[in-house]
Ligand binder design. Structure first.
Ligand code: SF4
Length: 494
């Protein structure tokens, strides 16, 4: 389906205030979609026609994969790869079916959240357990040494035997022994544990054991062998520090394909969008180009934050002082519309919101302009910023950002704040100051221009240049499981 049609479809769904699934039913009536796009949407509608809000993930997958026949091409063949593919499908279906329990909430969303949690905490052991039926597959099993305990294999390959890699010298500190118990010096106990692991790994092999180390790991040199190899050096056919027998050039980093059709140039950018591009250019495509939702619907804090903001804006528009009862009535009404209703922490959010608004009620608003849009110039590009508060008294001018979270222990020097600082300097009188106000603690922190903020402005320039060329590489990080696009993130679709 052409990207332009995806954009049109999402914009229309937003306008109709429908979820994409609900908007599919009315897709034929959406103007501006090409005939190819209409065909693709019609096929999608037909594939998911049996899926409703309460449909469980297992039921949905069985229906889409088997009833609709989408899995047919993946079920044939007798090679190890074919068998592994079938195994992967089997495991996914089994895992999904286990999560088909009916409830008040959308079981599909709960299932995806569960997978996110498993990925965030690295707790996917249950998914790696293989049914005995697949024991005979002639394939390589990849596992940690911990996972291999109690198992044996004809052939074992143990990679990563460089100094610092195994035993691994990084990682967090070990929990100290409680008072009154004999403790082991942390370093000693860690080395001992890693030594034990090494011998666990060696003893998994029945016939063949292959040990290997590299001269470089992730671009980092590690010319020395692991000390663990020294212990067994006399039993090895070659000295642990002998030169490599297998050399291969590192693959050139994948070049991200430019997308001239997705260039964003010559228009006013939004400051949040520039920050999104800086965090992950691929995420920019999903959110800004394709118009997919920026936040996960299950994020209670975002709902709480939005609702408090809406009431603050209402408060700022009042000509006279608002009393506590009026604020409460407004807060209650907005809470029903956009608050984290039904969230496990709803009561905590609500109490916190009430306290913040009560404090704001007593604040003077003399000389204050609220929710004002300001444009600044960066490298010839226009960047638009929504400023929460601009306070002007005489020649003094303060640009202020309101935050509903708690103040961080270190200054919040994100790229958006560098832009706001630039706005205070550039557009709003040259000598303006920028401050962040934390509503939960009534605390205000100034943000100054320093090396870090100068770096943020350089990154802004790089982002603007990347957008002008249409370059959107994925920037994976440990935070990916928290990204709304985690399950669809791959190459930019054509
Ligand atoms: S999942 Fe990660 S790489 Fe993909 S868009 Fe999100 S943040 Fe970027």
């Amino acid at each position: 389906m052409p990207l332009a049609d995806v954009q049109t479809f999402h914009a229309a769904a937003d306008e109709m205030e429908k979820t994409p699934l609900a908007a599919l039913k009315a897709a034929d009536a959406i103007p501006g979609i090409s005939s190819g796009g209409k065909k693709a949407l019609s096929q999608l509608r037909s594939d998911v026609q049996a899926v409703g809000f309460k449909t469980g993930p297992g039921q949905m997958l069985f229906d889409v994969l088997f009833e609709r026949g989408l899995v047919r091409d993946y079920l044939t063949g007798e090679t190890a790869a074919d068998q592994q593919r079938r195994l992967a499908i089997h495991q996914l279906l089994q895992f999904a079916a286990e999560n088909d329990a009916p409830g008040e909430k959308d079981p599909k969303r709960q299932f995806l959240n569960w997978i996110r949690r498993l990925a965030i905490f690295g707790d996917d052991r249950s998914l790696r357990e293989l049914p005995t039926a697949v024991d005979g597959i002639d394939a390589v099993r990849l596992m940690t040494v911990h996972m291999s305990k109690g198992l044996e294999f004809d052939v074992v390959h143990l990679p990563g035997l460089g100094n610092g890699m195994f035993p691994f010298t990084g990682g967090g500190s070990v929990c100290p022994a409680p008072d009154g118990m004999l403790g082991t010096p942390v370093k000693e106990s860690k080395v001992e544990e890693e030594e034990c692991l090494f011998f666990v790994a060696l003893s998994r092999a029945r016939d063949h054991l292959s040990l290997s180390r590299a001269n470089q790991y992730s671009g980092r040199s590690s010319p020395n062998p692991s000390p663990a190899l020294e212990v067994i050096a006399s039993h090895l056919p070659r000295a642990p520090n002998s030169t490599p027998t297998w050399t291969i050039g590192l693959p050139a980093p994948a070049q991200d394909r430019m997308r001239p059709d997705l260039k964003v140039d010559g228009r006013e950018h939004d400051g949040h969008d520039i920050e999104t591009y800086d965090d992950c250019p691929r995420r920019y495509v999903y959110e800004v180009v394709l118009g997919l939702s920026r936040s996960r619907q299950d994020n209670g804090f975002i709902h709480f934050h939005r609702t408090v903001y809406r009431v603050l804006r209402w408060l700022a528009q009042q000509t006279g002082p608002a009393d506590a009862a009026q604020i409460k009535a407004e807060f209650d009404a907005r809470w029903v519309e956009t608050g984290p209703v039904g969230n496990d922490l709803e009561e905590i959010y609500r109490t916190s919101g009430e306290q913040m608004l009560d404090r704001e009620r007593h604040r003077s608003r003399v000389g204050m302009r609220i929710a004002e849009a300001v444009s600044i110039k960066v490298d010839g590009h226009l960047v638009r910023l929504e400023i929460d508060e601009i306070e002007q008294t005489g020649r003094n001018l303060i640009v202020r950002r309101l935050r509903t979270g708690r103040p961080p222990s270190t200054p919040d020097q994100r790229l958006l704040h560098a832009l706001m600082l630039e706005a205070a300097e550039q557009t709003l009188g040259g000598k303006g100051a920028f401050r962040i106000r934390y509503l939960s603690t009534d605390d205000e922190r100034p943000v100054k221009l320093d090396g870090v903020m100068a770096d943020r402005m350089e990154r802004t320039s790089a982002a603007l240049a990347g957008l002008a060329q249409g370059i959107y590489p994925a920037k994976p990080s440990d935070d990916c499981p928290r990204c709304p696009h985690y399950f669809i993130c791959s190459a930019v679709p054509d």
